[in-house]
Design a protein around this ligand. Structure first.
Ligand SMILES: [Zn+2]
Length: 331
């Protein structure tokens, strides 16, 4: 269970606290998407409820319910789009019903960053003064998205990326048939296991990367390139584009990162496409690339499901094009 996580410091310390019975009541798990926050929260909850020896033992009645995803003392909120105040109110109601099977009622809030202000305010009271039997775990990609009052009440657990070696060893065990792609994937994933497995399970990854990189390379040309690139961002795909946008932004960032790597003599990740990246690199300045990296990261962090995806992407790319070609070139 969760074998790749066992080298992760956050995971080990949480399981140790569950085993010693030294569990706090309010946690905030912080780390980027795909790093293992939810998996860890689930195994942690299981270990807390487990009545066996080596928690989580996997065989006691509580463990069996956890594995079947039917344990009634675990409640999970979020995971999709915005978390509304009604979702948190429902969780609060659930929280004040005593645990039925064990001594702990555990609530996990996935993507806690997606709570609007009303939802966070509704959470505040239960997070500050939970019932004695309650454990609340918020999962956040960036705790700056949470109200200061919530931030200050939670025990923060930070999830660090894995080393390239750890990821590559894990992937070789799990995906022996894809061993040719593993050196690249281990490096590209930046230590984020979810990103690595997503690539290996996505048949179209390399085709999507090819399309994205070729479109980026045209940004040094005329303004039509903006529209070509917006297509690579799925901006004409209608629904579904936002759901896939992590992949597009990751690819875009990886290309720009490699441009800077070439400029500074560091290691290029997308080795197999280095000729294309070098061609682009020769035509742009470091400062324009830095500006593009900053700009796209900002848009990425602000984008959400309720916004007009296509509009934001096209706007962002117009600005990127101007970073390279200058505003004066606007025709
Ligand atoms: Zn057990």
């Amino acid at each position: 269970m969760g074998n790749y996580l066992t080298t992760q410091k956050a995971f080990r310390s949480l399981i140790a606290s569950a085993r010693s019975g030294n569990v706090r009541q309010a946690y905030i798990f912080e780390g980027i998407k795909g790093i293992g926050k939810y998996t860890t929260a689930r195994i942690f909850a299981n270990a807390i409820h487990c009545t066996g020896e080596n928690k989580p033992c996997g065989v006691c009645p509580d463990c069996k319910k956890h594995i079947a995803n039917t344990h009634s003392d675990l409640f999970v909120v979020g995971g999709g789009g915005q978390i509304k105040v009604e979702d948190i109110r429902q969780m609060n109601e659930e929280l004040y019903i005593k645990p039925a099977l064990s001594s702990r009622k555990i609530c996990i809030v996935r993507n806690a960053d997606n709570m609007n202000n009303d939802a966070q305010n509704a959470l505040l009271k239960s997070f500050e003064e939970p019932p004695a039997y309650a454990v609340i775990i918020l999962l956040s990609e960036n705790i700056k998205n949470l109200l200061p009052t919530i931030r200050s009440r939670g025990n923060k657990v930070v999830f660090e990326p894995f080393s390239e070696k750890e990821i590559s060893e894990y992937l070789l065990r799990q995906y022996p048939l894809k061993k040719d792609a593993i050196p690249f994937v281990s490096l590209y994933s930046g230590g984020v296991i979810g990103r690595a497995t997503d690539i290996l399970e996505n048949e179209e990854f390399f085709e999507t990367r090819n399309k994205m990189f070729r479109a980026i390379a045209t940004l040094t040309g005329d303004r039509m390139s903006i529209f070509k690139l917006s297509e690579a961002f799925g901006a004409k795909g209608g629904k579904g584009a936002f759901e896939n946008c992590d992949l597009y932004f990751d690819l875009f960032a990886s290309f720009m990162r490699d441009v800077l790597a070439i400029k500074t003599g560091a290691r290029v990740i997308n080795q197999d496409m280095s000729a294309l990246i070098e061609g682009f690199c020769a035509k742009v300045t470091s400062s324009s690339v830095l500006s593009i990296i900053e700009r796209t990261a900002k848009v990425r962090s602000e984008l959400n499901v309720s916004m007009k995806y296509e509009l934001w992407i096209v706007n962002m790319l117009i600005n990127c094009w101007e970073d390279i070609n200058g505003k004066g070139s606007r025709s």
